[in-house]
Design a protein around this ligand. Sequence first.
Ligand SMILES: Cc1ncc(COP(=O)(O)O)c(C=O)c1O
Length: 375
Amino acid sequence: MTHFDSTAGSPGQIRFFNPGPVWVRPQVMQALTGPMLSHRSQAFMDLYGRIQGKLPKVFRTARMAHTLATSATGVWESALISCVEGPVLSLCNGAFSDKWGEMATRMGLEADILKFEWGQAVPADAVKKKLAEKKYAAVTVVHSETSTGVLSDLAAIAKVVRENSDALVFADAVTSLAGTQVETDAWGLDVVLTGSQKAFALPPGLALFAVSERAMTAAKKKKFRGLYLDLVDVEAFAAKKQTPTTPCLPLLYALDVQLDHILAEGVENRWARHAAMRKTIEDWSAKHGFRVFAEAGAHSPTVTSLIPPEGVNAEELNKALKAMKWTTGSGYGKLKATNVRIGHMGDVDVASVESYLKAHEEAIAAMRSRAGSPA
Ligand SMILES: Cc1ncc(COP(=O)(O)O)c(C=O)c1O
């Protein structure tokens, strides 16, 4: 196996810890080779109907959940173009939340950016304060900031928005959904989205999302919604067990198979396994002098950004791990030189994480011995 092989390995032996795309089970890869079908055929509607029966259970919604042949970013744009007329409040505490705010600006919307330090979770009370100043059509928030490994309290933020405004809640759950608790209906999320290549543990290329009744009502009132990303069309076609445009059929075969796997594991059990991987990393970090970059109490269960101990160069450590045939993530953006980042989501397990952390110890020992200092 090489460190570029995202399917090699089995539980306990996985060596692929990229923060997305993630390791994909061989059974899922095999499912990609299903036969080509017309997406207007009964066979397709049977496939999509099966997916529609299962996907809402992962999103925890009584409504439909959808797919679009875009990466997750497509649904950021879809939510904005379909539903929003009026100012947008973007809660920004890392690279991805920044980018969603930038998107709103680039689309010509009046976007107010509420900035927080990298490493900090979005505090619900600051959102409440901001909402008192102005009326917003929508609030964008990233649940698990992949750039920093911070998990914000999405339930609390959504509650504050609901209780203090009429704004729609647009939640990026790209590195949280299927890896930790996300409650579309119970938390009152209006558009909640993820990408196939994260905790769903599928290959990249498919966006998965749910849309509330409220968001659909707003969309139906909006005159210009574009075409490819129009949520009204998406929902109308979904009612016929179809997609408005040609779907990414191989990924839908894979999704059908993977949903069986996720539901057999149990959604809550999946959250618990991710929490156990986070705990493994937290305990190991404390023991080996690494510092979790995210503030205490806000560590993501799916991605961890770590600051190595004094004297250990993050970039050299990453290089050493790659040479040992582990796929790792480097610190994101401005954290590249100072942090290492571990993606621990999807179908990876605690035993594999433990082996990976052991590899960090070996790499550091080798680096120190090369430098002539005691390991
Ligand atoms: C939190 C978050 N949001 C959005 C994205 C963008 O996803 P995509 O590249 O699938 O469009 C990513 C990608 O890593 C992400 O981590």
